[in-house]
Ligand binder design. Sequence first.
Ligand SMILES: Cc1ncc(COP(=O)(O)O)c(C=O)c1O
Length: 421
Amino acid sequence: MSFRQVYDIIERHHRFYEVSIPLIASENLTSLSVRRCYVSDLGHRYAEGKVGERFYQGCSFIDEVEDLAIRLTKELFQAEHVNVQPISGVVANMAAFFALTKPGDKIMALSVPCGGHISHDRFSAAGVRGLEIMYYPFDYENMNVDVDKTIKVAEKEKPKLFVLGSSLILFPQPVKELSEFAAQISARLMYDASHVLGLIAGGKFQQPLKEGADVMTGSTHKTFFGPQRAIIACKEEFSETVDRAVFPGVISNHHLNTLAGYVIAAMEMKEFGREYANQVVRNAKRLAEKMHELGFKVVGEHLGFTESHQVAVDVKEFGGGEKVARKLEEVNIILNKNLLPWDDLRSTSDPSGIRIGVQEVTRLGMKEDQMEIIAEIMWKAVNGKENVEKLRNEVADLKKEFSTIKYAFEESKAYAFPELR
Ligand SMILES: Cc1ncc(COP(=O)(O)O)c(C=O)c1O
């Protein structure tokens, strides 16, 4: 066995992605400028504590990096306070639960079939905190929280926290309405922006902090341009509890190499975020429209299908989400099966839907014309209308022109081992 075998596996993975269409809604690519930071010495160090108040020596340059990260994040989200140390979205949520609740508190969250993330539920971070979860009444027609019914439940149950933001998120959610109500019952509102963080930074989605959220968490690698980590932004009054919940609550090492990468990603967002976020939403809408025209049952037709990077499709008539996702993988279109609000949680292994995200192909420069081609290939693949080999070639031909990362200070190849200098 040689260490080169590992490089060989990575190389094969890269070659696979070179000929594939990546449509997983929680993933994205990082630019070469960001990736260089990963292999720096920062990845070998610790910097517990805050800027200027570290527990170890040797942190002066790390302080400079973290200070930049804080300043840029505040600016991007117009936040009173931010913490850039969480190493993932779940960790950020865990810290927010620590900061905003006590064990035994009731919280309201979206159920997983209605789009909620597992970390908002009893079997993950919220459960670990000992919270009692109540699910929002959900309005299937509008693919959103039913505000009136929620308020009726909350008047009686008096939850301490409302969690908004989700994994299946097509439309802005009622942050303003529920944060106003939360204030009346001395509850807080937290918005998990993991999926839409890049759209928020690009001014193309709701602005949770402005609309009244007390705390906003979010991973930095879905619609945002960053490495896999997360941020928390909050009102000043929560700054100390949030910081303490992050360190020493849920973080010791905060992965300083990717923190530096995050700084560059935030700079890219500041420079290119508006144009990118605009194109992401246009692409998602076009893909949804074309899929609908072809005969797919795309969710949210009367609402214009989507206002985010996501498209949700009910594929029950084609055998369900599991079968369809596998069929598409055969032609190198990569996406995931997904529960839809009308599914039972017990059908997790074979839900009726698929979820599509166009943020990564947008970062590769694709526009509305390419969305139409993708929809057509999907239609042929799902209907078994064309030979698989032929469709795989169509996918590879389309992808050939789109393997360079855009919306970046230096354009770079998406699937090459980066040359560092
Ligand atoms: C809404 C939401 N929150 C949190 C997470 C978890 O983020 P991470 O994978 O960075 O821990 C996800 C993951 O997809 C998510 O969809």
